[in-house]
Structure formats: structure tokens, C-alpha cells
Design a protein around this ligand. Sequence first.
Ligand code: FAD
Length: 520
Amino acid sequence: MIEDARQLPEDTLIETDLAIIGAGAAGITIARELAGTDIQICLLESGGLEFEQDTQNLYNGENGGRWYYPLDSCRLRYFGGSTNHWGGWCRPLTPIDFEARDWIPHSGWPITRADLDPYYLRAQPVTETGPFRYDATAFWEELIGAKMLPFPLGLITTTFFQYSPPTRFGTRYRKDIEQATNVRALLHATVTEIETSETGAEVTGLRVATLGGPSFRVRARRYILATGAIENPRLLLLSNRSQPAGVGNTHDLVGRYFMEHPHIPSVANLVTSRPEAFNAAYTQHLSLADSIMHSALIPTDALLRRERLQQAVFTVGVLGVYNTENLTQPATDDELHLRDIFNLQRDLGPPRATDHPPAGYNDWPPAGSLGASCAMGCACEQAPNPESRVTLSEERDALGLRRARLDWRLSETDKLSLNRILHALAEEFGAQGLGRVHLTLSDDGNWPEEVLGGYHHMGTTRMADSPENGVVDANCRVHGVDNLYIAGSSVFTTGGASNPTLTIVALSLRLADHVRTQLS
Ligand SMILES: Cc1cc2nc3c(=O)[nH]c(=O)nc-3n(C[C@H](O)[C@H](O)[C@H](O)COP(=O)(O)OP(=O)(O)OC[C@H]3O[C@@H](n4cnc5c(N)ncnc54)[C@H](O)[C@@H]3O)c2cc1C
């Protein structure tokens, strides 16, 4: 059932079993999973069914630190949350991502990839992706009918992404929520405070406001905070009536360790006289096995361990193809390399986006190709950094609440790690006579200005076994608070180099299972 909270009488008290705050990928997944059970659920969503500017303005915030998108444009505040404009790239975190890597301070989840595997399997249909076969090279090679690049030095390997259509959770799953008799979804319901007992050990209720309408309260046996990794810490910090530092913040960890995946559209240019060596999955989306997939390149675990590096993922974007018309001389690697690569790019026209809709894959390489110029784009892992954080700004929103302030910080080691992996990429391309790689980044620890985020907000209520190291435990329960859980990528201990939403959905399914046992 979906209702508009603006129609409620002032000061209504809603009593329920489970209150879920936020109806994005995480909140909707949990509510759907528990639909049809005996558990009474109240799903509180700040926005309506469509975009509304006055609600979106509640997401305005302040940026400190390195450049980041305005906080009201990097997420969406209505039913379905940021899945209303996500890109749909899906890939699980890898087993090494969960490990405590002694070369990455603060790494090490209290759960393993094997713990999440059953939930990743269940997350595939939720995100409308195909089989859970992300690193199954032989499986994809057979379907494509071509081999992946061999990488003889063992430094680099191929990985596989799948694409959600992309599933707009609000549209796709609206009916499920409407028809669930045990779910009461309230729109235009902004939670303004999580109230706790005096000791802070138990949540006693939620204060909820509407813009220009009534305020009311919700009391539940269990609460799940699912408002995204900037808003989750904001709401915990704002809830400081009985706990001056905010709920769950005994150890000053709430909001710290904000992580993104630094994205650089072009970290290297590759000029190759063997475009056919890159099978079509490297250069375009393919529709295979009930999925849309795409190959990308990653460092091997052996390289990461041996050289103590962080994750990175590289995509190949074709800038131009040389044939007898645009290149009159026979193309050898050396000849191609001798031409100024940037002039080649200019001569050969605008870059071809890597994320256009699936194409028939027989068009790669185009007939008569003698060579190709490609831009390598990358997204990399940022090591957890306590100084990279979300705090409260002095400015207030329309409901009188202090806005979020984001201070995104990258470190030198993040960049040095990327540099080394780029060299490994170049060594591997050279070793298989694939072409020449021109690295476009400086070789020091300085990040270029043009680093972007991937709209992946992570780490601000991190998971750890002990309250000294994290905000939530392995079950996503806030340390020291009996009945409060957190869903979403704010619980990520580290972020790997995989897009977060598949993992958010897997963790949400796991949390739904856990809460079901608690409330049954
Ligand atoms: C442009 C863009 C492209 C992206 N592309 C990808 C991609 O390709 N792959 C990928 O994996 N991820 C991608 N993402 C990230 C992805 O959208 C998020 O990881 C995902 O939506 C997070 O889910 P969530 O439920 O944690 O938060 P959200 O989806 O942000 O949902 C949070 C919900 O909480 C509500 N809310 C907030 N505050 C309150 C409050 N106080 N009270 C009540 N409700 C509240 C909001 O209105 C919202 O509906 C992209 C994001 C953007 C912006």
C-alpha cells in the first residue's frame, strides 16, 4: 500500500514491526523481500513518485576537499532513489576485496565474499541481470566464440560486467509495494530524527516531517536506515538529542571513511595494429545469455598481493579505426606510434562512447581495419581514509536541519597504486605485441584535476567487528544500539573497484533475512 504522508493528521503515531527509512535500491529490496510475511512494515520515503524540486532541494549540501559534484545532483530524492538515474553497471566485489590487506590501512570486512555469494545470486534477478558468472572466462569465451586476451606476464586479466536494463526500482517494483498488505509506504515523509533511549542503546521512535504538512512519529521494534551513504551519516549526526555526538557515534566514526571510485576517462592511449585481438566484448556491449555484458581489464590478485596495490578496472574505448582510406601507409606498431597520438584522435573524429546500447557484435573490427586507437578509462579503489568524511554544515534545509558537508580526500598511495597498474598494463600489451601504450598520467602521487567520482558513495558507516573500528557489525546492526540497522553502501568497509549497487542489493537481501529471523 502506498500513501501520501501529507494526508495524515498532525501528531499521528504509527506503530509497526519494522520501519525502513528510504525507498531506494536498498529500502525497496528489503520491503519487497519481506512482503507477504507477518511482519508489519512502514517504508518512509522523503520524496513522491516523481521528481519534485522542493524535495530534491533537501539534498543540497556543501563541498569541501577535492572537487565533487553538487550534493543535490549526484543522487535523487524520490521513490526509487538514485536508481531513477543510475547507469546499471553491475559487478560483485571480488574475494580479495573483503580481506584484511596489511598494505591497506583499515581494510578487512568482518564477512567474506563466500558469505555474500548466495545473496549475489539472488541479487541478479532483482537487478534484472543474467547469470552470476562474472569471472567465468571460459563461459563467456564460448558464448562470444572468441578468446580473451592472453596476458602472458600474469599481471593483468579480463573481468566481466553485466548491465541492469537499468532497473528503476521505483517504477519496476512499485506494484509489489502497492500490493503488499503488510507494507505501508508513506511518501513525502522525511525522517528528521532518530530518537533513542537516554543511554542510546535503543531506538525509541522516529520523528517524521512533511514539507508544509503534518509531522508525525513512527515507533517500531526494528529500524533500518537506508537513505544512501551521504544521508545515512547525516541523519545519525542530526539525531543528537540524547547522544550529543549523534546516534551510533560513540567512537567518532560516523561520516568518516567516505570513499568513491576515482574515475579518469583516459589514463592511457593504446595504438594497436591488431584490433582483431580485442574481441568484440572489449569494445562494446554484447547481448548474451539473457544479459548485456562487457569485458574490462583488472590487475590479477597475484600482482595486487606481490606489489601491495589497490584495485582498478580499465575499459577500452575505441577512438578511431585506421583503414586504407585514412592511413595510406601499411600500419605497423612503430609507424602508428610515430604519429602523434593526439593528432590521430583529432583526425579520426570524436570518441565513441563505450556505453552506447548493445550492438550486433559482428561489426568489430570493422572490415578493412589496419589498426585502432583506444582510450583506456579507469575506475579505481580508494583506500579508506578517516579524513575523507561527511559532517554537518552550518547551513540548514527547508525543514530546519543542518545540511551535509562532504570533504572527499584521496591520498598519494591511491595514485601510486594506479600508476603501477598502468605500467603493468603497458608491459602486458607490449609482451603480446599488441601495440604501444602512451600513459597520460603523471608518474607521481598527484591526482590530476579531472578526476571524477562515479556517483558511488561508500564507507561512512563502515562495517567492522568492533565498535572501535566501525559503526555497524557483520549483521549491519549499529554497534551499541539494539534495534537499529543500516542498509546501503555506507556499510562498505572497502570499496574495491566494482560499482556498488549489486553489492547493496545483496547486502539488503541478507539484512532482510536477518531481520526476518529477529522479528518472527
Ligand atoms: C548518475 C548515477 C549513475 C550511477 N550509475 C551506477 C551504476 O552504473 N552502477 C552502480 O552500481 N551504481 C550506480 N550508481 C549508484 C546507485 O544509484 C546507488 O548505489 C544506489 O541507488 C544506492 O541505493 P540506496 O538505496 O542505498 O540509496 P538511494 O538509491 O539514494 O535511495 C535513498 C532513498 O532515501 C530517501 N531519503 C533520503 N533521505 C531521507 C529521509 N531523511 N527520510 C526518508 N527518506 C529519505 C531518498 O529520497 C531515496 O529515495 C549511480 C548513481 C548515479 C547518481
